[in-house]
Ligand binder design. Structure first.
Ligand SMILES: Nc1ncnc2c1ncn2[C@@H]1O[C@H](COP(=O)(O)OP(=O)(O)OP(=O)(O)O)[C@@H](O)[C@H]1O
Length: 299
């Protein structure tokens, strides 16, 4: 079943085409990421899918319903994460989420349960202004989920968090999807998209350049594998003599074997008792972005 059906979606701001003829489908239960640098058009695309912004061209169907003009039947079925800056001022975390809950006719006990679920039980009496960046992001996610929507939109949920806080939030985001909800998030972070998402739409200059699983995107690159053998285990000459090895380099971490036949090369290393301390590196989404756009990824 399709959760989101987008056809030929376009949005212009004067001369600028922020979203340029985007077509995509998202299945029910999928976790989809929209990945792209600043200004790629991610937020504009999401806002049109959420029914918050009117497209100049194209159509959006969400859970089988048209989103524009505003469709009140959809509101209880979708959750949109607000930026932390849009909290009601001077409320505590508990008051904040209970206020959201009451808008949807959801009881206080359920609201309080969500505070616990996102790890904010001990911050219930803290005013939203006094929460840390990570706590505020978790509260905004809880507010988006409090009415148990089928489809959740998160716009850069881990922006401005330190690496540890981002990782903590990843567990929460995975659990949202594990319970069967469809999740769409935008992100600047390649690693985040790679770890969390079933499929990733790589976006730049308003266009979706590719939309596939992270593994398929990387496979499509046809990038060679780099196998690094710990220093001292193997000379460059020995490495070059292994069948299937293309280039050989020497770096601080040892001898680097570049190959398109990693299984054969690893087999040869195993046979020679050289597997200790071996690292294997394939392409990443960063390489995908570089290959698609011809430039380095700059968040
Ligand atoms: N209301 C607006 N009026 C004019 N231009 C806009 C408006 N909103 C966005 N833009 C422009 O449209 C382009 C796409 O912006 P958008 O916010 O969708 O990108 P984004 O990928 O979400 O960026 P970021 O990662 O920085 O949030 C940008 O060049 C932006 O300056």
């Amino acid at each position: 079943m399709t959760a989101i059906h987008v056809l030929g979606l376009t949005k212009r701001y004067d001369e600028l085409t922020a979203v340029d003829d985007v077509t995509l489908d998202v299945g029910v239960g999928e976790f989809v990421g929209v990945l792209g640098p600043n200004g790629a058009g991610k937020t504009t695309l999401l806002e049109m899918i959420e029914g918050l912004r009117r497209p100049d061209a194209g159509t959006v169907e969400v859970l089988g319903e048209a989103v524009w003009p505003r469709n009140p039947r959809l509101q209880p079925r979708i959750g949109v994460q607000l930026q932390a800056s849009s909290f009601f001022e001077r409320l505590t975390a508990r008051e904040q989420i209970r206020t959201f809950a009451s808008l949807y006719g959801v009881g206080a006990a359920t609201a309080d349960g969500w505070l616990e679920r996102v790890g904010l039980g001990d911050k219930a009496d803290t005013r939203v202004e006094a929460l840390s960046g990570g706590q505020a992001q978790r509260l905004s996610i809880a507010c988006a989920l409090v009415h148990d929507p089928e489809l959740v939109f998160l716009d850069e949920p881990t922006a401005a968090l330190d690496p540890q806080a981002r990782r903590n939030l990843w567990d929460l985001l995975s659990s949202i999807n594990d319970s069967g909800r469809t999740v769409v998030l935008t992100t600047h972070y390649m690693d985040e998209a790679e770890i969390l998402c079933d499929r990733v739409a790589v976006m730049d200059h308003g266009r979706i350049l590719q939309f596939d699983t992270p593994a398929a995107l990387v496979r499509g690159l046809d990038a060679p594998t780099r196998i690094t053998v710990a220093p001292g285990a193997l000379t460059a000459a020995q490495a070059g003599a292994i069948a299937g090895v293309g280039e050989v380099g020497e770096g601080p971490d040892g001898v680097v074997l570049v190959t398109r036949e990693p299984a054969a090369v690893l087999g040869a290393l195993a046979a020679g008792q050289h597997l200790d301390g071996v690292t294997v590196q394939t392409g990443t989404l960063e390489d995908v972005f570089l290959a698609l756009t011809g430039r380095e990824y700059r968040a």
